[in-house]
Design a protein around this ligand. Structure first.
Ligand SMILES: CCNc1nc2cc3[nH]c(NC)nc3cc2c(=O)[nH]1
Ligand SMILES: [Zn+2]
Length: 372
């Protein structure tokens, strides 16, 4: 039985490339994880998600526990079978989305009680229940149950929240149990305060995890403040374990995070913006709803090998978005996820060749600000 392991293949400055081995397949790092919130990457078939180059996708505990329910997914064979994705899945632990989506939330030392945003039913999430849900779903990488304070927040509030999350990390580890081939990741908190980040990293290392997430970022602090934390936070975490930056981000956020030693990221941006007509390309952003594309016979991106760029013109994409046709979101989601995976593949190659600085210079030189 293959166990869960991480191997570093090359480093270039703080950037690193390697692979995570799991019983369900390998994950090439740095890796981008498409978000499959309700057991689907919206507008994509699982085989299409794989065709974009994704090795792993993310599932959301909050959504799945409310609908269709973790016990039901388990009865049906687990999340992989249920959504027809047999490769690795990372599930989040639910706390972050409870705080942003649920109603009537009550947070105590024990955990969080809340009412479903779908039907108002009452629910509770604790470290123990979150571990049970993620086990029922069958995910390969389980996230500790934590609390993510929204910024800006007073240092005292950030410290208190981080210390609660560290107690919950201990309870998550305890409840996770012994599950060969599965991984539990701890989540560093501490806002943008170096001493608190240090305290959190020390607490997590004392407990011991198969991987470490950098939480509490991409919550409105802005890229400069986020990079400021990433200039030191990854180095506080064990060098031989994957580092996962949650909720990031735009292409230039991703490049800056990989440059600073991040190995894994997830973000709804490529899929969510794809559904609204917002394309991400190597030359910058293109809003396909803009009338100037109405007669443009060129593909979205001549250098992209995705179905949208190989088979269709900007004029067609503009038309199907204006007409509200389902194929619009399908094509642009595919393109955006394909572009994100091309970005990750480009960085993995550049780091292996010791050419990350040149690759990064090329990445920025091509991009034009605004709508191109
Ligand atoms: C695994 C659930 N815990 C958990 N999820 C998160 C998800 C995020 N998503 C974003 N920006 C879009 N920041 C995040 C921070 C956390 C965080 O600190 N914790
Ligand atoms: Zn494309």
């Amino acid at each position: 039985m293959t166990r869960f392991s991480f191997a570093l293949h090359a480093t270039d400055g703080a950037a690193r490339t390697g692979a995570i081995t799991t019983p369900r397949g390998d994950i090439r790092t740095p890796a981008f994880m498409p978000v499959g919130t309700a057991a689907t990457v919206k507008a994509m078939l699982p085989e299409s998600v794989r065709a974009t180059g994704a090795d792993i996708l993310l599932g959301n505990t909050y959504h799945l526990m409310l609908r269709p329910g973790a016990e039901r997914v388990a009865r049906l064979g687990g999340l992989h079978r249920f959504m027809n994705w047999e490769r690795p899945i990372l599930t989040d632990s639910g706390g972050f989305q409870v705080m942003s989506l649920a109603e009537l939330r009550k947070l105590t030392e024990k955990g969080v009680t809340f009412r479903s945003h779908i039907d108002g039913s009452k629910h509770e999430l604790t470290p123990e229940r979150s571990m049970e849900i993620q086990r029922l779903l069958g995910s390969d990488i389980v996230m500790a149950f934590d609390e993510c304070p929204s910024l800006p927040a007073e240092d005292a509030r950030v410290a208190e929240s981080m210390r609660l999350s560290m107690r919950w990390a201990e309870r998550s580890r305890e409840a996770f149990g012994d599950r060969p081939g599965h991984a539990l990741f701890g989540i560093q908190q501490g806002g943008v305060t170096r001493e608190l980040r240090e305290e959190s990293a020390e607490a997590l290392k004392a407990i011991g995890f198969e991987g470490y997430a950098i939480g509490g970022l991409a919550v409105g602090e802005g890229q400069e403040a986020m990079f400021g934390v990433l200039d030191y936070a990854p180095g506080m975490l064990p060098v031989d374990r994957p580092r996962y930056l949650m909720g990031v981000g735009k292409p230039d956020d991703i490049v800056g995070a990989v440059k600073r030693g991040v190995d894994m990221m997830d973000c709804v941006l490529p899929s969510r913006s794809g559904r609204t007509g917002q394309a991400w390309t190597r030359r910058g952003q293109v809003n396909l709803k803009n009338a100037r594309h109405a007669d443009d016979p060129r593909p979205l991106d001549e250098e992209c090998g995705c179905p949208a760029c190989r088979g269709y013109s900007r004029a067609y994409l503009h038309h199907v978005f204006r007409a509200g046709e389902m194929i619009s979101g399908m094509l642009l989601t595919w393109h955006n996820l394909h572009y994100y995976q091309d970005l990750m593949a480009g960085m993995r190659e550049a780091i292996s060749a010791g050419r990350f600085a040149e690759w990064e210079a090329g990445f920025h030189a091509l991009r034009r600000e605004g709508d191109i």
